[in-house]
Design a binder for this molecule. Sequence first.
Ligand SMILES: Nc1ncnc2c1ncn2[C@@H]1O[C@H](COP(=O)(O)OP(=O)(O)OP(=O)(O)O)[C@@H](O)[C@H]1O
Length: 303
Amino acid sequence: MTTTTKTPAAPGPAPAAGGTVLDATGVTMRFGGLTAVRSVDLTVDSGEIVGLIGPNGAGKTTFFNCLTGLYVPTEGTVKYRGKVLPHRSHLVTMAGVARTFQNIRLFANMTVLENVLVGRHTRTKEGLWSALLRGPGFRKAEQDSENKAMELLEFTGLAAKRDHIARNLAYGEQRKLEIARALASEPGLLLLDEPTAGMNPQETMATQELVRSIRQQGIAVLVIEHDMRFIFNLCDRVAVLVQGEKLVEGTPERVQSDERVVAAYLGTPFEGEPGESEAAEVRAAETGKQEAAEAGQEEGEDQ
Ligand SMILES: Nc1ncnc2c1ncn2[C@@H]1O[C@H](COP(=O)(O)OP(=O)(O)OP(=O)(O)O)[C@@H](O)[C@H]1O
């Protein structure tokens, strides 16, 4: 995979320097009796790449879904540039937050270019009548959109495949196309859900470079990924979710050396882990039983 940066697209207005782009406060998501995300606070600042990691089932994708209007959080608020985001995914995209999905969601039978053009629909102003009449305004808007889509295909290294059918692309290219399509909506914040899943090491490296280039375009990035090397090489800050709760947040160095994070990944309970108090009670009871049994055995031996 190659990342072409020579003709960088200019996706959307560059965010003002500094400041908070995303501000999620107390986000909780319950499904019946299951609390998938519990009171999570997370910010992403302008120009930042923030990583969200955690073991399988930790609640990462559920949290993304709460941020992007797919789920209405049971509690909590999500603000983008100081404004509460609506609970509708297309309105969230219009507000300036775009995302990719863990399971690639392309229009499989459409061309690469068409997929990116679909991503531009939130930014095109031409109405239904203009489209039906195909007047000069519509044709100009269409040409502008195509130019922008082509810039994004150059940017992601897919320009040569513009007329290929999406389903025929290699897996890594499909992931890049998802990113190009998300960028087409001119976001100020891009959420990537496992962008390197299924990629080989070269593709993963190229994706790392692509994400850096996206940041250079003035777009903040929040990324979920299981590939720790990718996360720790790329991110300015990393937050760790475990059983729906934010366990640790900090620089990659700090997170990497936190013994609670290591324990969470190895499946070893640690002090303060959700459910640890119950586990401690069970251990105490087990120890008590064992001591009683040993005492009984000693008594027997003494007799
Ligand atoms: N729509 C839903 N209805 C009921 N339970 C759900 C729903 N979505 C997610 N869950 C549950 O919420 C928990 C968190 O799932 P989620 O997919 O967010 O975790 P994750 O950290 O993204 O996991 P992975 O890394 O494996 O993708 C899991 O127990 C999951 O089964």
